[in-house]
Design a protein around this ligand. Structure first.
Ligand code: MG
Length: 456
């Protein structure tokens, strides 16, 4: 018989716990011991039909601390835990999908090292749906979780070698097993969760590999964890010295992947997505991407008679839409690529393997592949939201020069030579502005124009 707990600490905030990417915060400040344990209990309650929950974490300093608290709650609730160790988020997602069990990833992705987070995975391997997250949050808020009696508490076992299974699965899905690729590759793990998996996958593909920042370091002392060009100076320096075919980097939990070409030029995520569509998709296929992606992808899809479906911004929505429409590729402009032939989630190692496969099969360098994609200038910026969104949106809708407005997510305002996407953040008092045009001056002009209208 279970004992039912009621009530919760009086100082807990009533803001939503789950943001775009699970629960994020600073351990011992936001992610308190009580919160982590009680979220673990709530996860155990919501997944009470499952006997086991899979867990993994990234390399963050606070990882063991947060992991042990969340797992403590899950065990107290009566679920068992399989601990697959320090691994990328997509590795945990693969484990969940293949074993049809829910998962919990302890990570704050690309956030600074003081943060950590709790990300829930559904038993099909996708990031938890909003319904799952709301169920967990409701149980947590109402305290309607239950603690097992002593003989019903869960047990823990470890699968320390799963990194091999994951790396091999990526290789197989990219058709790279026993290919012996003759490329010189530089890989930067940024001290994060991919420090074992991506180097293993690349070595198994046969490349000559130089690694950077592949020591697991939870302080991210070598570089900022977000794989933006300004954070990847080491990688650029190495590849610019010459002799390499490609540079590859992930974020902290390795669901995103970015590239440098053989000349040391950073490859924009919009362009990478368009290259993947051009070489991995065929006439009649469907590609799914948020409204924020540049029209380079649209141009490639039009040329190849590939259907392009646009969604709201957010990888979970792209993944679920891909499954619904039986699409063959999905992705975002930030280096998050979803390849359903492997699994329905962003997967950094999978992106790296696919790019090498495309280079090998086409016989083209990465700079050649980039040069085939129509050039667009896309700018992304966040500004403070000083008024209600309804007030701001009506000001935007009455701006001059508007040809068309798409309301899929916020307002996507098309003008003659480009567009501006303006959407309020769901978690912070900010407005995100994206502008895109084939003419760089137009993208700049649109940014200035709509930034001014937003400011009032
Ligand atoms: Mg990430």
């Amino acid at each position: 018989m279970n004992m039912r707990l009621k009530g919760m600490a009086s100082d807990e905030k009533q803001t939503r716990l789950f943001g775009t990417n699970g629960i994020r915060g600073v351990p011992n400040l936001d992610l308190t011991q009580d919160l982590c344990i009680n979220i673990g209990l709530s996860i155990s309650e919501v997944f009470r039909k499952n006997s086991t929950v899979a867990m993994a974490r990234d390399t963050r300093k606070s990882g063991p601390f947060v992991f042990s608290l969340v797992s403590s709650g899950i065990l107290s609730g009566g679920r068992n835990i399989v601990d697959i160790g320090i691994l990328p988020t997509p590795a945990l997602q693969l484990y969940c999908r293949d074993n049809k069990i829910p998962g919990v990833m302890i990570t704050a992705s690309h956030n600074p090292p003081q943060y950590n987070g709790i990300k829930v995975i559904d038993p099909d391997g996708t990031e938890a749906s909003k319904e799952t997250e709301m169920s967990i949050e409701t149980v947590y808020r109402q305290g309607t979780y239950s603690r097992s009696e002593w003989h019903g508490t869960g047990t823990v076992w470890h699968e320390p070698d799963y990194y091999r299974t994951y790396a091999d699965s990526v290789l197989g899905s990219a058709g790279l097993r026993n290919r012996h690729l003759k490329y010189n590759v530089v890989f930067d793990a940024g001290n994060g969760a991919s420090y074992l998996t991506t180097p293993l996958m690349l070595q198994e593909a046969g490349v000559r590999l130089v690694t950077l920042n592949c020591n697991p370091d939870g302080r991210f002392s070598s570089r900022n964890s977000e794989p933006k060009p300004e954070n990847l100076k080491d990688l650029r320096t190495v590849i610019s010295a010459g002799g390499y075919d490609i540079g590859i980097a992930h974020d902290g939990d390795a669901d995103r992947c970015v590239f440098f070409d053989e000349n040391g030029n950073y490859a924009d995520g919009n362009v990478i997505l368009a290259i993947f569509a051009r070489y991995l998709c065929h006439k009649g296929d469907t590609v799914v991407t948020p409204v924020s992606t540049s029209d380079a992808l649209q141009d490639v899809c039009d040329e190849r008679e590939i259907r392009l479906v646009r969604t709201v911004v957010g990888a979970p929505v792209v993944a679920r839409t891909l499954r619904t429409v039986k699409g063959s590729l999905g992705g975002e402009e930030n280096g998050g690529i979803i390849y359903p032939r492997h699994q329905y989630c962003r997967d950094g190692a999978m992106s790296a393997a696919l790019m090498l496969s495309i280079m090998h099969d086409s016989g083209k360098s990465l700079s050649d592949l980039i040069s085939e994609i129509p050039h667009y200038t896309t700018i992304k910026e966040s500004v403070e939201r000083k008024a209600d969104w309804n007030v701001i949106s009506s000001r935007l809708e009455s701006a001059s020069g508007i040809v068309k407005i798409d309301r899929t997510d916020g307002l996507k305002i098309f003008e003659k030579d480009g567009w501006a996407l303006i959407r309020p953040s769901g978690t912070e008092p900010i407005i995100r502005i994206y502008t895109s045009s084939r003419i760089s001056d137009v993208a700049e002009r649109l940014l200035k124009k709509y930034r001014k209208i937003i400011a009032g």
